[in-house]
Design a protein around this ligand. Sequence first.
Ligand SMILES: Cc1ncc(COP(=O)(O)O)c(C=O)c1O
Length: 346
Amino acid sequence: MKIREVPFIAMGGVYEKDDVAAAIGVISAVAEQSGSFFPLPEETQFQDMLAEHEGARRAVAVNSCGTALDCCMMALGVKEGDEVITTPLTFVCTAGTAVARGAKVVFADIDPVTMNLDPAAVMEKITPRTKAVIPVHFTGLACDIDGFDRIAEKTGIPVIYDAAHAVGARYRGKPVGNRGKASCYSFQSNKNMTCLGEGGAITTDDEIFAEKVRQLKTFGYVYGTSLGVASIGFNYRMTKVQYAVGITQLSKIDRILKIRQERRQIDSHAAGQGTRRHFRRGWRPVLHTRRIYNHESFRHAYREYSCGKPSVSRGRRSVQEQAGRGHRLVFRLLRTENRLSGNLCQ
Ligand SMILES: Cc1ncc(COP(=O)(O)O)c(C=O)c1O
């Protein structure tokens, strides 16, 4: 079976003059011996800004979403013999993070309309060994968070959201970063917001959990009047230059998301009109947002734009059914970044 029928479009972040100045500022200070690569104060500033933007009490920046998920698994004590439930429709690392701890990955089905993990399907897979659930806000569309809250309340099983695609997404009018036990973000270079190629973060309202993952990312160090090592940890930090650029990236993310939203509407309209400028023959955008989340309180971050190709062309329903079964589903990436970066430079 031929799986990929649309070209992969390499994307990169929207880098503007302020990002360039931020990066050069750090390097120049070191070159002129008026500064160093010690990450403060940029690290704290970036984390505080991110926490506020994503509606969470705390944000802990790390060097990727993969390490963010790893830290969460370690902080929850996921180990051999445990089960972790997640979606089959995601990037390999969502499931891999559980395998890395020795746990068994249990896949539950997706909702065929939103393509996000379905809480009802998760409920059916819960056993006494279930240690965590990892839903993904797939392509930047928030999943059924209220449904997962109900599972957590009923079973006590922590929910860790893979929010790699979802910086700036809104669920019922609110950011998603304080939901569940924690959310893990990616700032890798093809995401909507990037930190010079790599980056990630964990957001949470749980201060104790935040402190655990903070220690994991930085050799278990605790700072204060006396510096000490309180637990076993690793070095999962970003660099000072990345934090500096993360600050400028965050200050423009809402503008970028607005542009992506507008582009999505133009593309969907073109597809509806039969223009299909960007679509190969037979492919259609999956119009789930119109049916389910057709309300401005749900902001889709459009890190990707889902398309499906019905094998028998019977209109929209058929496309969604195909997508739900995972048949011949591909993702068309919104071509905003590189073209826009030229226009957006001040
Ligand atoms: C859903 C999902 N989770 C996790 C990741 C991993 O992100 P990172 O490259 O920052 O580790 C990705 C990367 O594309 C992703 O798409």
